[in-house]
Design a protein around this ligand. Structure first.
Ligand SMILES: Nc1ncnc2c1ncn2[C@@H]1O[C@H](COP(=O)(O)OP(=O)(O)O)[C@@H](O)[C@H]1O
Ligand SMILES: [Mg+2]
Length: 401
């Protein structure tokens, strides 16, 4: 270890002078021996203290490395840093910052390093570190200074976390691609199947009109079944098209007053509302950033269901809103037949319904469309209900900024 000013040697020199002046009685040799012993003791104490710090330093869980800012070279490292990089202490002391990071990442790494060296930041995340064996690990790095020219880096291995993050991002991208493809497929399929279906329906119609009287009773019945199947198929294709359009044909969000959105939905539902004499009430609804057409569709599907699945008594439907945290919770509740909680998830899936279409007509796409619309707007949708006790469909919308 380098000798510092005021070290044992200096002390012994001034001590010698003092001895010469004041203590002529004792021989110099004896004094020198005492001083030597003190120096030896002090040196031993220093060695022990250094050993203690070295062992703490080496048992640290993070890799620690010191870098001389004037030369860019490393000054010392701990055992963990050796393990992380695969370099021995001796080897790494011949290296500098540029040697332990992949070349292609160097511009970014150097920028981070310079910001730390300038004291502008004290940590950086997921920096690639090039090991001696050519492997790459990722470390979060914290920094602090020792004096003015020595930067200490604390390296924490986060390769596992980084891998999980990358896997997650890759899966999300794959899922997005596959969703887009599926949407595209649903769009093309439903669109292109309409044409042949139109052909089937029109010729069945013709058969019905021109030949029904010429055929027997059974044949007439068969034509009816075929026609009703074709109509249901048409409804399915239309709904599937509508479903695929939520993502592909959505409009940009604009500030939308949900009170007027609700009015439009009720206008579109004029017929079923009139026929069922449904009583629809609402509280004051908020303005939200949304695709207005889709919001109309959302209310229309939920209120349409509330009317369709009404119980024995006249339908009463209430629409209310509540601000919870930074999002609005909108609720459409009815006094209809209700839903068994075991079907709460199922009903939001495409083509899933709980009743025969003879009893309650439909295609089972309405709620899947609702879910897609709500999720496109960054919200969630769920149902609260008990069989026979009405249902409340709730969805959230982020508060407008
Ligand atoms: N308000 C409601 N009350 C009771 N059941 C409901 C209500 N809304 C939806 N459901 C149930 O959820 C199923 C799925 O709804 P939806 O996707 O709109 O399809 P559809 O209306 O074509 O049947 C319905 O078939 C019904 O069983
Ligand atoms: Mg429906």
């Amino acid at each position: 270890m380098a000798r510092k000013p005021g070290s044992a040697k200096d002390k012994s020199r001034s001590a010698k002078k003092a001895i010469h002046h004041v203590k002529p009685v004792h021989p110099e040799k004896g004094q020198a021996r005492i001083l030597e012993q003190r120096v030896a003791e002090r040196t031993e104490e220093l060695r022990e203290s250094e050993e203690k710090y070295r062992s703490i330093f080496d048992s640290a869980n993070d890799g620690i490395i010191a870098c001389d800012l004037t030369t860019g070279k490393f000054l010392f490292i701990n055992r963990k840093m050796s393990a992380l990089t695969g370099y021995s202490e001796e080897e790494i002391l011949k290296l500098g910052v540029k040697d332990i990071h992949p070349a292609q990442d160097m511009p970014y790494v150097l920028n981070e390093f310079n910001e730390m060296a300038a004291g502008k930041k004290t940590e950086t995340r997921a920096i690639p570190v090039l090991r001696k064996d050519g492997g790459i690990i990722y470390c979060d790095i914290g920094s602090s200074f020792l004096g003015r020219t020595t930067l200490i880096g604390f390296f924490r291995d986060v390769t596992e976390r980084k891998k999980i993050e990358e896997d997650r991002e890759r899966l999300i991208t794959e899922l997005e691609v596959s969703n887009k493809e599926l949407e595209q497929f649903a769009y093309v399929a439903s669109h292109d199947m309409q044409e042949p279906l139109r052909m089937v329906t029109s010729y069945l119609d013709l058969l019905n009109k021109r030949y029904r009287d010429k055929l027997d009773k059974d044949a007439g019945e068969f034509i009816d079944y075929s026609l009703s199947g074709a109509f249901h198929m048409k409804a399915l294709l239309n709904d599937l098209l509508q479903y695929s359009r939520v993502g592909t044909k959505g409009k940009p969000f604009e500030l939308t007053d949900l009170n007027s959105t609700l009015k439009s939905a009720m206008f579109n539902l004029k017929k079923p509302i009139g026929e069922s004499r449904a009583e629809i009430t609402s509280g004051n609804l908020p303005g939200v950033y949304a695709d207005e057409t889709q919001m109309v569709q959302l209310f229309q599907n939920l209120i349409g269901n509330a009317i369709k699945f009404r119980g024995g008594e006249a339908s009463r439907i209430h629409i209310s809103s509540e601000l919870k945290g930074n999002e609005w919770s909108i609720r459409v509740s009815d006094n209809g037949i209700g839903i068994d909680p075991k079907f709460f998830d199922k009903i939001f899936l495409i083509f899933q319904r709980l009743h025969a279409k003879e009893k309650y007509p439909g295609t089972g796409i309405g709620l899947a469309v609702c879910k897609k619309i709500v999720e496109r707007h960054g919200g969630r949708i769920w149902v609260e209900s008990e069989l026979g006790k009405g249902a409340a469909f709730c969805f959230t919308m982020p508060m407008s900024r």
